[in-house]
Design a protein around this ligand. Structure first.
Ligand code: XIL
Length: 342
């Protein structure tokens, strides 16, 4: 059975957390790159601008970046006739300066939409024009620099029904196909992803997404990959063999698979035991990156526990990332390092 159950790798000794900033051994990016893969993090634009330690860890450990919020409509579109690329440009420039790839996130989502758009009372034609203009402008600006885009994010509900969103209500179900087509026109070389949550467990939802993607691929929609978010809770984990089976199914459609938003939340304050268990979950994710040919990218949803979205969204939970709030590597870091080094 593949539902949300235990996902724990084989036990092994995890080396102790070292003194602040001192990370022995090869960095995660060196290890990932030596296997032809990428390991990354979602970037907090404020921390990138203001915190030198944050920048140091980011550049040292990762070879792919995602903008945590900076490429969402709410940030890019302060008004109908203005684009603000300041944060997004800073992230792309940082990535380029440090030899990192960039995943673009996200062109069509039901959240992080500006008020002027939501309250605009636009007609269907106007909304299609707005979405096309947005995609052409944003994808066009980063053409050749953003190698993969999460074009549509979280659009599918149970049993394949489309989520009732601003875009579905305003344009109709064809907004999804159109978004991929427009993105493909704007950068024919970019890999275009459909990104969603709880698709990784191999259960009913991953089959629903499989059918959703299969149907669109069948009618020629330019979808090249599926993003598995993987916001995991230590109390509700998918089995590793189910994750691998789900990835293989997506792979059989000819799709790339990226793990796009991994975090593993713990109840806070986290015990030593919880941190060790979390390390095993991260180790399993690293094994997937190492062993599944179609899965080339593993991106964590943040760098450190001090900048994680979890405490703001899930009360009483946190400590979900590889580094603590002082940028010290956690057991999870060492576990990933160990798997990728094997
Ligand atoms: C989250 C960010 O981490 C938060 O800072 C923001 O306030 C809300 O969005 N799925 C996604 C991401 O695809 O874009 C979300 O990011 C987390 C869930």
């Amino acid at each position: 059975m593949c539902g949300m159950k235990l996902w724990v790798a084989g036990m092994w000794l995890v080396s102790a957390v070292t003194a602040e900033g001192d990370v022995p051994g090869l960095s995660l990016r060196e290890l990932a790159a030596s296997r032809g893969t990428r390991i990354g993090a979602a970037v907090n634009a404020d921390a990138l601008a203001t915190d030198a330690d944050y920048r140091t860890v980011l550049a040292r450990e990762f070879n792919v970046l995602t903008a945590e919020n900076a490429m969402k409509w709410a940030v890019l579109r302060p008004s109908r006739d203005r684009f603000d690329f300041e944060q997004a440009d800073a992230i792309v420039a940082f990535a380029e300066a440090h030899g990192m790839a960039v995943r673009g996130h996200t062109l069509v989502w039901h959240n992080a939409l500006p008020e002027w758009l939501i309250r605009g009372n636009y007609t269907r034609e106007q909304l299609m024009d707005l979405l096309r203009e947005h995609i052409q402008t944003v994808v066009g600006r980063y053409r050749g620099r953003v190698f993969a885009w999460d074009v549509v994010n979280e659009a599918v509900m149970k049993r394949g029904a489309l989520r009732d969103t601003f875009w579905l209500r305003g344009i109709g179900p064809e907004y999804i196909d159109l978004a991929f087509q427009w993105a493909h026109e704007a950068d024919p070389d970019a890999l275009l992803f459909y990104n969603d949550f709880v698709a990784e467990g191999g259960g009913r939802r991953s089959k629903t997404l499989y059918r959703f993607l299969e149907e669109r691929l069948g009618r020629g929609v330019p979808i090249h990959g599926v993003g598995l978010q993987m916001h995991l809770s230590i109390d509700n984990l998918p089995r590793k063999r189910c994750v691998v089976a789900a990835i293989r199914r997506f792979e059989s459609l000819g799709l790339h698979v990226h793990i796009t938003e991994l975090d593993v939340r713990l109840r806070t304050p986290a015990s030593g035991t919880a941190l060790e268990r979390q390390a095993q979950v991260y180790a399993s994710a690293a094994e997937v990156l190492r062993d599944c040919a179609s899965c080339t990218d593993l991106v964590m949803w943040g760098v450190d526990d001090g900048h994680s979205w979890i405490p703001h969204f899930v009360d009483g939970w946190g400590d979900a990332l590889l580094f603590d709030a002082q940028y010290r590597p956690k057991p999870a870091y060492h576990a990933v390092q160990k798997v990728l080094g094997r």
